[in-house]
Design a protein around this ligand. Structure first.
Ligand code: ZN
Length: 261
């Protein structure tokens, strides 16, 4: 949402959006210092919740240095050191989106440090899986790293950007699966609903990508419309669009169930 306009907030509220959940994200360019992340975390924990509240929307966030920028382990360590101070903010649900981009050794090292931070502080985890040809391999690697840490409970982790070839390994290992809806790349609404039809609606949600690139903040409401067109009943749509995200995020004491759902 930090790169979105107030018109987007207005449209989201009118389409039935009840809360915003915004992960720390790649800004579209690499930040040059930990100070850049400090300012970004201030934006996510102070400024953006204020902006969302002007539209009556609760705003939640996640903190991390994303995998794309974590190739620089020195920078990543500096950023990791400032995260605990921001974890005290009332809108922080956990650590994310962490994960892998190119599945490199440095990315794995920084991923493990984030997992440790989450475990020590009893935080939920939001995971980014690679979009490249290495998606399947990267997802497997991430699941194995999470499972190797006995402090981590799979039901407290959501593995985002699942697609047809990665969703079952995520669900089979007891994790939550997130389907990020994009107009072209990643997962379209239609593909997401096909996945639900094959794998069911337990421990799975969909999210609208609202970033600086070509993305559609109303993707979830549009998918809800498509579910109805396919004959899904109201409780099915409610389960996927509202109740599942509520169930996952309610594992954090910071999350309050929105009044409207
Ligand atoms: Zn991501």
């Amino acid at each position: 949402m930090v790169s979105r306009t107030t018109d987007d907030y207005q449209a989201m509220v009118m389409a039935g959006c009840q809360a915003v959940c915004e992960p720390a994200f790649w800004a579209g360019f690499d930040r040059s210092s930990a100070q850049g992340f400090y300012d970004y975390f201030c934006q996510l924990t102070q400024h953006e919740p204020r902006r969302a509240s002007m539209f009556g929307l609760p705003h939640y966030t996640w903190l991390c240095i994303n995998p794309k920028e974590s190739e620089d382990v020195g920078l990543a360590e500096e950023v990791l050191a400032i995260i605990p101070e921001f974890m005290k903010s009332p809108n922080v649900l956990g650590i994310g989106e962490i994960g892998l981009n190119k599945n490199s050794r440095n990315e794995v090292a920084v991923l493990e440090k984030h997992i440790d931070l989450a475990a020590i502080n009893d935080q939920l985890i939001l995971v980014h899986t690679p979009h490249l040809e290495d998606k399947r391999k990267g997802t497997r690697l991430i699941l194995d790293i999470l499972k190797a840490d006995s402090r981590i409970k799979p039901e407290r982790c959501i593995i985002d950007h699942v697609e047809e070839h990665t969703v079952s390994m995520v669900l089979d290992d007891g994790f939550w699966a997130g389907m990020t809806l994009y107009p072209e790349t990643k997962c379209t609404s239609n593909r997401a609903i096909d996945i639900l039809e094959v794998y069911g609606t337990e421990r799975i949600w969909m999210n609208s990508a609202c970033d600086w690139g070509n993305s559609v903040p109303l993707a979830v409401p549009k998918a809800m419309q498509e579910m109805k067109r396919r004959g899904k009943n109201a409780s099915y749509v409610d389960q996927v669009a509202y109740q599942n995200p509520i169930a996952f995020m309610s594992q954090s004491p910071r999350f309050s169930k929105p009044e409207g759902v």
